[in-house]
Ligand binder design. Structure first.
Ligand code: SF4
Length: 467
């Protein structure tokens, strides 16, 4: 049960090649990427001859104690933080997955969702493959093992030409670090450099932590691999880059950290521009602009800058809220939101308040949010959403409610306003959203317009891999 009524981050991946402390760097990288997955975490390392690894359920710091880290060693490592978008949340599904095939051990950590995973899996099972997890990631392993090519990179290219969907992954054997990004570029993956070592990461904020310099993003449809520091970065393509990409615009709205560079642009700047554009599209007379912390803070700053209305922090967020009840009543659900957010009465009392949030999914929490702001003494509550109405679920690696649960898929904006009991409600338009990025044709906006750039499962069922 979700109390925060937000899409769930997909996963975070990190990798290091050519550093004697690759394991510790990966641990630090995963801590910087914790916001992309909190259910499980794993690190795999290689000393050039064998892989050592550990996975666990929970946050990075609780999974990797000093004793655990001391058992992992090598100059190559990959790590993964998981939130389950495909497969259930169990230890066996924690990544990176490690498997042995005829050329030795291989490890892979994946961020995204393969839209034809079920079909490919059925096809592989009919051909005799035995799967041990419910992860779509495992499909890639089997395709690599089935390839008739000899070199690992050509086997991976074969595998990637058979899968469809949104993915970025890091992969390693005992000697090589690899990374790839799907041809549409849905999910991010960066390459960085630190002296003689190479680093891969979902977001650049993790490079700052390990003091790596970003080099570039892995190009959509590209497989990169590093075998030796002397040979440096090598690259092959498994797909032509699409003429129009489908990079996930929700990374800017909510998913990525504001201190990251994503798809060539600063998340902070882009998110702030969403707030400015929102103020231009939905001005209102008010005394204070407050964010729903923490994800809407940057957009609220943009709204305040553009509107000239003072910015303040009118909601205090309890960052130590743990797991929720399994089957809450509506009353308990509301109280859970209140545990998380409390009004700051000094800021709100007697004021007309603009509340900026990044998105609305089901709408139940927005209703509680408006109630909390009124309880803080606000005389009017104007809710402003720094993204367009979420009407369609994501099948590309972000966990969103079903279409039936998304309030905007079946209600008008006025209906939603009445339901959440706000004095006014304004969403950023799709045009305004795209106007705020430099290459609008290169973004997926399916959540808002329902135009799925990759056909969904039924339509790809005939396109099976060759094994
Ligand atoms: S559907 Fe939405 S969340 Fe999914 S990739 Fe597209 S923009 Fe991102």
């Amino acid at each position: 049960m979700q109390y925060d009524d937000k899409p769930k981050d997909e996963c975070g991946v990190f990798g290091v090649f050519g550093h004697p402390r690759a394991v510790e760097l990966t641990y630090l990288g995963l801590r910087a990427l914790q916001h992309r997955g909190q259910e499980s975490s794993g690190i795999v390392a290689s000393d050039g001859e064998k892989l050592t690894y550990h996975h666990g359920m929970g946050l990075v710091h609780s999974v990797f104690t000093d004793e655990v880290l001391a058992k992992l060693n090598g100059h190559i490592a990959i790590g993964h933080n998981r939130y389950s978008t495909a497969g259930s949340s169990t230890l066996e599904n924690a990544q990176p997955l490690v498997r042995n095939y005829k050329q030795g051990p291989l490890a892979l950590g994946h961020n995204g969702n393969l839209v034809n995973a079920v079909q490919v899996r059925n096809h592989l099972e009919n051909a005799g493959s035995i799967f041990s997890t419910s992860l779509d990631t495992e499909v890639i392993f089997h395709l690599i093992a089935h390839s008739r090519n000899q070199s690992l990179e050509h086997r991976i290219l074969d595998a990637l030409r058979s899968v469809q969907g949104a993915y970025s992954f890091v992969c390693m054997d005992t000697e090589t670090l690899m990374g790839a990004r799907d041809a549409y570029g849905f999910r991010p993956l960066w390459i960085g450099r630190m002296k003689d070592a190479y680093v891969l990461s979902s977001e650049t904020c993790a490079f700052d932590v390990v003091e790596a310099e970003p080099i570039r993003e892995v190009d959509p449809g590209e497989l990169i691999f590093i075998r030796s520091v002397r040979r440096g970065l090598e690259s092959m393509r498994f797909h032509k880059r699409q003429s129009e990409l489908s990079q996930c615009i929700f990374e800017y709205i909510y998913l990525a950290r504001p201190d990251s560079i994503m798809f060539g642009e600063s998340v902070n700047n882009t998110r702030r521009e969403f707030g400015r554009q929102l103020a231009r599209e939905h001005p209102v007379k008010a005394d204070v602009v407050i964010p729903v912390p923490d994800s809407a803070t940057i957009a609220a700053l943009g709204y305040a800058e553009e509107s000239g209305i003072p910015f303040d922090l009118g909601l205090s967020r309890n960052t130590f809220v743990g797991r929720s009840f399994m089957n809450p009543t509506q009353d308990i659900r509301e109280l859970m939101v209140k545990v998380k957010l409390n009004p700051v009465r000094d800021v709100l009392s007697g004021k007309r308040v603009v509340v900026v949030d990044d998105s609305i999914m089901r709408g139940t929490n927005s209703r509680t949010l408006v109630k909390i702001v009124r309880q803080g003494g606000a005389t009017a509550v104007h809710l402003r959403i720094a993204s367009p109405p979420n009407k369609f679920p994501c099948f590309y690696g972000v966990d969103t409610p079903t279409r039936g649960e998304l309030i905007a898929s079946s209600h008008t904006i006025e209906d939603i306003r009445k339901y959440i009991r706000a004095d006014s409600l304004g969403y950023l338009s799709i045009g305004g959203l795209l106007q705020s990025v430099t290459a609008p044709r290169d973004f997926c906006t399916t959540c808002f317009d329902g135009e799925y750039p990759i056909p969904l499962v039924e339509e790809v069922s005939e396109q099976l891999p060759l094994i």
